[in-house]
Design a protein around this ligand. Structure first.
Ligand SMILES: C[S@@+](CC[C@H](N)C(=O)[O-])C[C@H]1O[C@@H](n2cnc3c(N)ncnc32)[C@H](O)[C@@H]1O
Length: 301
């Protein structure tokens, strides 16, 4: 309802006709600026177009703008302790388990894994960005061991405590996975080009600004990945209301606090496509609606 596919298409087409899109860039600093500006222009043009439309469209456009928040989740705050953040990522893990989210993530990731494994005649090397509790990385590692899924997987996060904790759990479970500390939009300073075939990120894209997401997508390609798969909550009124209510079942106030912010910050599918088009010119970019509740960004470099 607040994806505005036609409005986004018209806004993007009119900006392209004015020669404003897709912006050119050479350095990461330029890319960040270009993507941030592009998103701001898309949103502004969308608002202008909606203002000339019927009352329902004007009202929905207003709701969408009111929904957006600059508030920051506890997970992203420096003044919140690691222990408190860990309780949130583990609450998220329990929700993921309850909603069978890991099965759904695998469903969207599997074609890329099989494509790489077929082409290269070896297991696909997956790097999960922003892996939080690390439990999806571990689930993939378990599938590789038990069911022969042709994959080798590494998890990563910017929070050292999650990385250390996930490595301890993976070792205790004897899983063939490892976790490393990594800033998802500064991959090139850490990765050796050719280390990974697939970059994957789940339920985290809304933590990043348009410019940061663009740098992540561009750097994954520059580091030699053939695929980027990003799954995040789908921007909708239902999610904005339903997600915080659902997480209230966890009885964990911090988790509900973050969920209420999360649901207001999801990107629309047209926005994800624009950011990826800017970041990976010439790549095959698509964004899939994956109900209930997700949008999936695929970039094939
Ligand atoms: C909502 S959690 C998602 C965790 C996990 N992917 C899941 O689905 O359960 C968001 C994660 O993004 C991580 N994060 C935020 N900024 C990051 C950055 N710049 N680089 C890497 N990870 C980051 C946080 O530490 C957190 O673990």
């Amino acid at each position: 309802m607040i994806q505005f596919p036609e409005l986004n298409r018209d806004a993007r087409a009119s900006l392209e006709a004015e020669g404003q899109f897709p912006g050119a860039w050479e350095t990461m600093a330029q890319l960040e600026r270009v993507a941030d500006t592009a998103l701001a222009r898309l949103r502004a043009r969308r608002t202008e177009l909606a203002a000339g439309g019927p009352a329902t469209l004007r009202a929905l456009s207003l709701v969408d703008r009111l929904l957006w928040t600059e508030r920051v989740e506890y997970l992203d705050r420096d003044d919140v302790s690691d222990a408190r953040k860990q309780r949130i990522v583990h609450a998220l893990h329990r929700m993921n388990q309850g909603l069978l989210s890991y099965h759904r993530f695998l469903h969207h990731l599997r074609p890329a894994i099989e494509h790489v494994a077929r082409r290269e005649r070896r297991p696909a090397r997956v790097l999960e960005l922003a892996s939080g509790s690390g439990e999806f990385t571990m689930a993939l590692g378990r599938l590789a061991g038990r069911k022969g899924l042709p994959v080798r997987v590494t998890g990563s996060d910017i929070v050292p405590a999650y990385v250390a904790d996930a490595n301890i759990r993976a070792q205790a479970r004897r899983l063939p996975v490892r976790f490393v500390e990594l800033n998802a939009f500064d991959l090139l300073s850490t990765l050796t080009p050719g280390d990974f075939d697939i970059c994957f990120i789940a339920q985290s894209i809304h933590h990043f600004s348009p410019g940061q997401l663009a740098m992540m997508v561009a750097q994954a390609g520059l580091a030699g990945a053939r695929h980027f798969v990003g799954i995040d909550g789908r921007r909708s009124l239902l999610m904005a209301v339903g997600l915080p209510l659902f997480t209230a079942l966890s009885l964990q106030r911090d988790f509900v606090h973050d969920a209420a912010i999360t649901a207001r910050r999801f990107y629309s599918e047209a926005e994800l496509a624009l950011i990826a088009d800017i970041a990976a010119p010439g790549a095959d970019v698509s964004v899939e609606r994956a109900e209930p509740g997700y949008s999936v960004l695929h970039v094939r470099y």
